[in-house]
Structure formats: structure tokens, C-alpha cells
Design a protein around this ligand. Structure first.
Ligand code: SF4
Length: 354
């Protein structure tokens, strides 16, 4: 049986034999570590890797990120989702240039105050870049600890968070915090996976309470079921000569600051009669001589973390422009590529350009 005091040693030994080679592992540059941690917050390593490489190529340091405009940063994030992450990266980079002369702060208390950096990311940056003894606690670590110690406290409660933070800190190797944190995260990602982990070949099986009590599949426990709401988007892909129209989503909502076609949101997907009878539709096309609906693309279902978007794209040709259309951003199909758009818009455009 592995002693509690040597869990860290076992994790590090396992890590040395099993770790994946990833570009942010061989650096102590806090900027690169920060970007990788933010990308990986809601994205799997395989998907995040290419985004990380492209992002670092374009924005190799804090100053280049701070100097960029937000539209471009969002463009480099396009397809990753959770766009608040990109907006916060940009805001924090500007703040680091302003308050810290462009040099990433080295103290945990300063790092944790940067926009978009919570306790977990601050612990990761502090330990990986500065070898400070702060234990990380991401989804993988919650799972490993809940199983190793057989903890049934829900991980999404304040009480649970404190209990797990204390346990994570208690097994941290003070002499090798960076190594330990990398190891436990990788162990959760590859060995102690959510369903059917290979417990028989696990080096910690004789220490693991969940394995001993046959509770592996029951841990970790979560209390809150995420409430999912449905939304219905009727997008209008309006063709005038060789152009179409876009708008920026400025409201505090999903996809904030991304671009999209004119949109009529409703409480169900409209059929064509309902669409043409809608007041927003009538206003949009007021004083246009001919408004011809060419076709409607089959409804698409797009799943986000807390919402399911049901969307349809209605292709409409107009004979002239009115004052309202002139207020939108006019662009050609081929130039839409310059704008940061949601994955849903991207899917439609890809199918249209085929
Ligand atoms: S024995 Fe199974 S549940 Fe326990 S730490 Fe190892 S892989 Fe995870």
C-alpha cells in the first residue's frame, strides 16, 4: 500500500513513464502557460493543441496580445467556444502592460486578480512557471482525489471545494510542486478517467478507497444538474448583388462580440408565413421593392453548455437596399472569413460555399 505521504512520489513516477509531450510542458514562460491553461479550461488537449500553436505564433508575448484588437483575438479563438476566455485574455494582457510594464506578475496574489484567472489557473501558473507550492484543482484532479480518498461530498458545493482544496494541498510535493501538479492532472486525464478506468493496472489501486469500496463509477459526486434552455434563431442570409450583411453581437449574451447574419429570435422556429408576418422582418425589409425567399436551410441543432440553439438560415434575395440594411456591415461571402463568427455560422457558410 502506498502511504498518503508518498502519493505524490507515485504520481510523479507514473507521469515520467506516461506523460504526453506537449509544447507548454517544456517551458516556464508564464505567458505560454497562461494561454495553454485558458485554452484547456473547456477544451480537450487534442483540439486545443493547434489553437495554442496558432495563437502563440500570432501573439508570441504579452505585448503583442495587448496591442491586437479584440476582433482579431476572437478570430484566433473562432471554433473554440466560451469566447469570454479570449476577451478576458486580451483584457488581462492590456492590464499587465499597463500595471506591470508587460512583465507577468510572479506573486500568486497578483496573478489571481487578473481578469479571467481564478484560483485554479493562478495555482497552475504559480507552480509551473515559478515553482510555488500551490496545488491545482481542475476537473481531473477533483476526480482523482474524490476516488483516492473516497470523498462523497459534492464537488460543486462551497463546502466540497474547501475540502478538496485542503486534500489537494495535503498531498502536494512541496519540493516539486510543478511536477506534482502536472502529474496529477495527467493522471486524471489518462489513467483515472471518468468511465471505466483501468484500476487493475493503476499504481495507486491499493491506496484508492473508491477501488477498495467498489465505488469508482460513483465518484466524484455533483449536486447540481445544469439547467439547459432552448433558444430559436432565425438567421437571415440576405443577398444583395454580390453582398450580404452582418452584425456584431454586442449584448452580454452567448457569442458576445462575434459577428452573425441579421437574426430574428423567437420562441420556436418560424415557418415562412410566421417569419414574413413578424414585425421585425417587416421592418427590416420596409421599402424594398422585391424580397424573394430563395430557400430555407434545414434546421440545425447546436449544443452549448447551458443552451441548445435551434437555428435555421433563410436565404433571401433583395432588389435594393433600404436605410436599415445600410446600417449592417456589408460584406461579400468570401470576405466573411475576416470576421470572428460562431461555429454555427461557420457550419452554414461551409455548406453554402461547397
Ligand atoms: S484505482 Fe482506479 S479509481 Fe483509484 S486512482 Fe487508480 S484508476 Fe483511479
Amino acid at each position: 500500500m502506498v502511504q498518503i505521504s508518498n502519493i505524490s512520489g507515485e504520481l510523479i513516477k507514473w507521469y515520467e513513464q506516461n506523460k504526453r509531450e506537449l509544447p507548454w510542458r517544456d517551458t516556464s514562460d508564464p505567458y505560454k502557460i497562461w494561454i495553454s491553461e485558458i485554452i484547456l479550461q473547456q477544451t480537450r488537449v487534442n483540439q486545443g493543441l493547434n489553437y495554442f500553436i496558432r495563437f502563440i505564433e500570432r501573439f508570441p508575448n504579452i505585448k503583442s496580445l495587448a496591442d491586437a484588437n479584440e476582433d482579431e483575438v476572437l478570430k484566433y479563438w473562432q471554433g473554440l467556444g466560451y469566447y469570454t476566455r479570449a476577451r478576458n485574455l486580451h483584457k488581462a494582457a492590456i492590464l499587465i502592460v499597463k500595471d506591470y510594464d508587460g512583465i507577468f506578475p510572479t506573486e500568486y496574489n497578483k496573478i489571481v486578480k487578473l481578469t479571467g484567472i481564478g484560483e485554479y489557473t493562478a495555482a497552475a501558473i504559480s507552480s509551473f512557471a515559478f515553482n510555488e507550492p500551490f496545488a491545482v484543482l481542475d476537473g481531473n484532479v477533483y476526480r482523482v482525489i474524490s476516488r483516492l480518498f473516497g470523498i462523497e461530498t459534492p464537488i460543486d458545493t462551497n463546502f466540497g471545494k474547501k475540502e478538496f482544496a485542503r486534500l489537494a494541498q495535503s498531498i502536494l510535493s512541496i519540493s516539486k510542486p510543478a511536477h506534482h501538479n502536472q502529474a496529477i492532472m495527467e493522471f486524471g486525464a489518462l489513467q483515472c478517467i471518468p468511465s471505466s478506468p483501468d484500476c487493475i493496472n493503476c499504481p495507486l489501486k491499493f491506496t484508492c478507497r473508491a477501488f477498495e469500496l467498489n465505488k469508482v463509477s460513483l465518484l466524484p459526486v455533483k449536486s447540481i444538474k445544469t439547467k439547459v434552455s432552448n433558444r430559436f434563431f432565425n438567421y437571415l442570409f440576405i443577398k444583395f448583388q454580390d453582398s450580404t450583411y452582418l452584425q456584431k453581437r454586442v449584448a452580454k449574451d452567448i457569442w458576445q462580440n462575434l459577428y452573425e447574419f441579421p437574426l430574428i429570435e423567437s420562441n420556436h422556429l418560424f415557418d415562412l408565413d410566421e417569419l414574413q408576418g413578424d414585425e421585425n422582418f417587416k421592418t427590416l425589409f420596409k421599402n424594398i421593392d422585391e424580397v424573394k425567399i430563395l430557400k430555407t436551410i434545414n434546421p440545425m441543432k447546436h449544443i452549448l453548455s447551458h443552451r441548445v440553439i435551434y437555428a435555421q438560415f433563410v436565404i433571401i434575395k433583395v432588389s435594393n437596399e433600404n436605410e436599415i440594411l445600410k446600417q449592417f456591415i456589408k460584406t461579400s461571402m468570401t470576405e466573411i472569413d475576416k470576421y470572428a463568427i460562431s461555429r454555427l455560422m461557420e457550419l452554414f457558410i461551409e455548406s453554402e460555399l461547397e
